[in-house]
Design a protein around this ligand. Structure first.
Ligand code: GAR
Length: 198
């Protein structure tokens, strides 16, 4: 059984997609050991509790400085003996020590076709605002391994999504989630759990 930890910051719809995929047998040989949020009020934590999954908050607000927060995050993660860490809308840049220690054991979902609209400052709705500003006709989502850079690690899956006339960032975000993120993130976890992706 692959021991999975899911790191979140917000609504947790990608977390829900993983929970649902496990329940539906679309992800096999994996279980979520813990959901960790950097925000106390993240709805993702409720989703975890509703599904009897351990829900933990490690907030930078509870620590004097970034180093102390990073250490607490590392210690929390280390405590669960995880095989895979999934960043599902986790809007914190991971400390290099963590990405080195868990090399090829951390994956991230990003709401664009990397290398477009990624890197520092590109997260959540902002990604879709920029895509619409530039007038792209096709966007999508990417699952990739996490390395020391921001959105730079090896790509696992990408799925394209059409932009439609009159899209707002919110409408586009929802389409990218429904047509891409909620599909390719569970698929990546299943493929890792079953040795299809190494
Ligand atoms: C998702 O769209 C995810 O791709 C994005 O945050 C959202 C979280 O939604 N992640 C990033 O932008 C990372 N750079 P969720 O909490 O409903 O899953």
């Amino acid at each position: 059984m692959l021991r999975v930890g899911v790191l979140v910051s917000g609504g947790g719809t990608n977390l829900q997609a993983i929970i649902d995929a496990i329940a539906a047998g679309k992800i096999t040989n994996a279980e979520i050991e813990v959901v960790i949020s950097n925000k106390k009020d993240a709805y993702a934590l409720e989703r975890a509790k509703n599904n009897n999954i351990e829900a933990v908050c490690v907030s930078p607000k509870d620590y004097e400085n970034r180093d102390d927060f990073n250490k607490a995050l590392m210690d929390t993660i280390d405590g669960y003996n995880l095989d895979l860490i999934v960043l599902a809308g986790f809007l914190v840049v991971l400390p290099a020590e963590l990405t080195r220690k868990y090399a090829r054991k951390i994956i991230n979902i990003h709401p664009s076709l990397i290398p477009s609209f990624c890197g520092d400052g590109f997260y959540g709705l902002k990604v879709h605002e920029e895509a619409l500003k530039r007038g792209v006709k096709v966007t999508g989502a990417t699952v990739h391994f996490v390395d020391e850079g921001t959105d730079t690690g090896p790509i696992i899956f990408q799925k394209a999504v059409e932009v439609q006339d009159g899209d707002t960032p919110e409408v586009l975000q929802k389409r990218v989630m429904e047509q891409a993120e909620w599909i390719i993130l569970p698929k990546a976890i299943n493929d890792i759990a079953n040795g299809i992706i190494k």
